[in-house]
Design a binder for this molecule. Sequence first.
Ligand SMILES: *[C@@H]1O[C@H](CO)[C@@H](O)[C@H](O)[C@H]1NC(C)=O
Ligand SMILES: *[C@@H]1O[C@H](CO)[C@@H](O)[C@H](O)[C@H]1NC(C)=O
Ligand SMILES: *[C@@H]1O[C@H](CO)[C@@H](O)[C@H](O)[C@H]1NC(C)=O
Length: 404
Amino acid sequence: MGKRYVQDFYVDPHSALLFHKMDLGLKHRAVRVLGSRVFRVTGIVIFLIAFFVTLMHLPMNTLGNEYHFSSPAPSRPVNEQINPASPSYYLITDWSRFAYVQYVTNTAYLCNSVMIFETLHRMNSKADRLLMYPAGFPIEGDSAESILLRKAHHEYGVKLVPIEVQSKFELGRDYTWAESYTKLLAFNQTQYDRVLSLDSDATILQPMDELFLLPPCPIAMPRAYWMNPDDRVLSSQMMLIQPSTFEFNRIKEAIENASLNEYDMEIVNNLYKDSALVLPHRSYDLLTGEFRAKNHSSYLGNPVETWDPDVVMREAKFLHFSDWPVPKPWIQAQEDTVTNNQPECNLDSETDDKNCRTRDLWLGFYTDFAQRRKDVCRMSLKKSHKRSSDERPERSPGIYEPTF
Ligand SMILES: *[C@@H]1O[C@H](CO)[C@@H](O)[C@H](O)[C@H]1NC(C)=O
Ligand SMILES: *[C@@H]1O[C@H](CO)[C@@H](O)[C@H](O)[C@H]1NC(C)=O
Ligand SMILES: *[C@@H]1O[C@H](CO)[C@@H](O)[C@H](O)[C@H]1NC(C)=O
């Protein structure tokens, strides 16, 4: 207890106090009610009835199948799936129809995903949590992978779905589900009405449960605001997807047609650039590199507003690490790489004071990540190599990587 992560910086002290007081009031009343004998007897009877009813309705395969959805429930007919037109939709939302989804291809990314789930769990996000992981990772035993998988399941309520991961470089094989496309298997999770796929090289600053209640659409994504605005490119760092066999088949066909330098981002842009619901990138897809930028008008969405890093942080929900040539946050950066690329302090023209708030926040993103990696995964930072296998080479800097 007492650990403070980036997200905790922005708790409003007044509202926190208010919740605390409300808690106390409820507790006193609750103690009186719970103390009564009638209540206790009634409670036990209701519990026993509920227990036997549940037992009778439990499908056999959920017993003894602790970790997996080996046979997902058949997906509901489309007209029963998402119907926000019904007034009750927003009142009795069944959050188990929605899930945050992560995919994993190696151990470093497994830790990143578990960190994402830890954050969602700590922030009491309501939707399910689903992890697609390589079928070759064992669940039993004491390998680093199995310990993390079990921790995700037991401590953060994560459902585990094994998938086949193929290397793109295995020549002569059908590499439909090569690593770079694994993310798109989210379209196949038809046991859910809606899933939110988030890149794991990121920090969640606030839960995003409200996105699951958006109007129905096959996919919703923010724009890659750091790219040429005329190209209107959508960012696959965040995808709100309605899993469906129909869309999954389109994805599969597009992958089969894709050339070697086309990745998940190209696939979804080709398929959905004119039909996706566009999520506001401001607050839903903030890049750490924005803190190094000199011109913030693309992120802010207008050329008149002044950059205030605290305002930006209070709004933001999803912060993606992208600071080329600074390495990803689980890799120990060379000291001069940091000093040469960190945000500059601004000089206040009137008072002549140095304002380093933007730099301090940016440095804080990296120390916060390292701290959580240690707390959640018991892993320290990796030594930097010229070409670490954890740095997806095609993405560094890659055509979609901003160079501020
Ligand atoms: C898609 O989901 C189905 C049903 O769960 C599963 O049988 C199939 O293997 C999945 N496809 C891929 C490519 O993972
Ligand atoms: C894939 O290629 C085939 C043959 O060239 C074409 O008919 C089909 O429309 C393509 N599909 C997609 C999704 O691009
Ligand atoms: C900032 O960028 C926008 C669009 O990218 C451009 O229109 C504007 O002139 C730039 N502002 C400055 C001060 O360079």
